[in-house]
Ligand binder design. Sequence first.
Ligand SMILES: C[S@@+](CC[C@H](N)C(=O)[O-])C[C@H]1O[C@@H](n2cnc3c(N)ncnc32)[C@H](O)[C@@H]1O
Length: 332
Amino acid sequence: MKTFTRVADHVLLATLKALRLDSRLFDVLYRNKNRKLFTNTYVHQKMLADTIRCQRYHDALVKHVKPDSVVVDLGTGTGILAIFAAKCGAKKVYAIDHSDIIQHAEKLAKREGLTNIEFIHGHSSRFVPNSKVDILVHDQIGSYLFDEKMIVNIVDLRERVMRSDGLILPGHYDLFLEPVQMHSDRVVRHIWDEKICGVDITSLSELEVPYSWYHRFSFNDPGAVDHFLCEPESVLSFDLHTINEESQLPTQLSYSRPVVKGGRIDGFLVYFHARFDDEVFFTTGPEADRAMSWSYQLLRTKPLQYETGQTLNFNIEVDRWSNTNSWRWKCS
Ligand SMILES: C[S@@+](CC[C@H](N)C(=O)[O-])C[C@H]1O[C@@H](n2cnc3c(N)ncnc32)[C@H](O)[C@@H]1O
């Protein structure tokens, strides 16, 4: 029965691909999932509780919004960024969200006595303003940086509704994939290397699916990282003002770096810097003032021991960065 279902799935997917309907189907499924996820108040509370995140957006809007600015807040959620922009004196703010959370955003703006925000309940791809937009503010940023369809959503608005010299906040990104040793009581061991209360479970290694979610670990506590093996350096940078398609990004990256602090590699830590301009930015990395609403994602590896001074080689290949299931990483 299982084999039959697998074959049926395979045939269905192949047919959809042949008809070029697969990406549209995935798109519809993604939108539904995203809409439902952001109806959940918990995720919004987590973002609002992130004081660094909120402060940096506020700093950037105070600096860049002018009395004649037309601002669009893509994915307004609870309305917080649209409200910041309105309070900075923007002429007009469009606040778009496809999730029902937007009803709370409208109430919040009303309570603040703001009349210059227009709320639009729907997907950004259908948004058409009356006048060109000067500033696009957004938090379309996933913990894997690309996993909330940031590039496609923003390029669509940039090309259709923004002035050619319009400003995207934040617009510039640097991605880091850093080799780390985890704290000894926070290492997630590979189950097939273990005996559990005396039971040898190595035969379960048959279940292993390479690069699956089992090989990743999501966490929030920076204290879980014992140390970095190399000097951090970003592997990829891009700017939303100039990029046109995700396919412009390289799909294969590699580096060779000296190990500056020896130890065991447990995986590669995914984090990023998001820049509003040359001065205002936030990091989701383990620095002291990190923006906390994003989780760390660890791309786990076999635990290998490195001495200080050795060279660590890393390689990652992706089909698309926004499809985190397609990430394949290796270290030697
Ligand atoms: C990470 S939350 C950010 C919420 C809010 N801007 C903040 O900073 O607290 C992203 C929001 O974007 C919305 N969203 C995602 N893609 C969208 C799209 N293409 N069109 C409209 N809303 C979208 C989600 O429903 C969610 O509320």
